[in-house]
Design a protein around this ligand. Sequence first.
Ligand code: SF4
Ligand code: SF4
Length: 227
Amino acid sequence: MTAVNVEPGRCGENWDSCPHLTTGETFDFACAGCGDCCRKRRDLVLSGYDLYRIARRLRLSPRIVASAFCKSYVADTTCLPALRLTPDPKTGDCRFFEGSACAIHAARPLACALYPLGQSIDTVTARMEYYVQTPLCGARAGKRTLQDYLNDAAIPDREGIDARWAIVCTQLSQKLQAAGGQNNPHFSAAAKRTERALYYDYSLGDEFYPQFYQNIEILMPLLDRML
Ligand code: SF4
Ligand code: SF4
């Protein structure tokens, strides 16, 4: 399976051996609000939609949010530009963790909304799979299913965008790698232009998806000319 993973881990966790769940399976979990998943986090990788939602919540442009709260980098394996939400350098906690709550709760990134789940998206079929951290944090919730949990976290509302994001990122990665990746003399300019299309060229007054679609329609032939 060609898959893109959303891994919401804390430092030191290993998600490779976590059990997978289907949506109809019992998921006996209720968040206890301890805040541990916001402390000592690995840097969270954001999608363009994550950044757009945070930017709307903060009423700042995506680029300003990225420069204030994120680190931009090119992933070695995919050659794709990406953004990580960086933790507080002194505490290691997320910088949106205020008191004992998330200051951007309604706009929290997908990885946070999923926690303690991880998500894997098949980039051919767009099928999603979920896996769960063990040992499980929180309280036991009785007979609820994974689908109940996903509904409460509003994950289905964004699944279409998240699946499309994973598929487009895979296509872009393949294009950049086929052109020689970072060995291509024009890679740096191409990566910057790709970063713009994925993360920054969005008006907060308009819906995300049509802008994403248009950005990629413009980007793909442009990359063919640049590389
Ligand atoms: S964005 Fe919110 S939920 Fe996610 S780690 Fe930061 S404080 Fe926690
Ligand atoms: S998801 Fe788990 S670690 Fe995070 S606040 Fe809820 S119980 Fe605590």
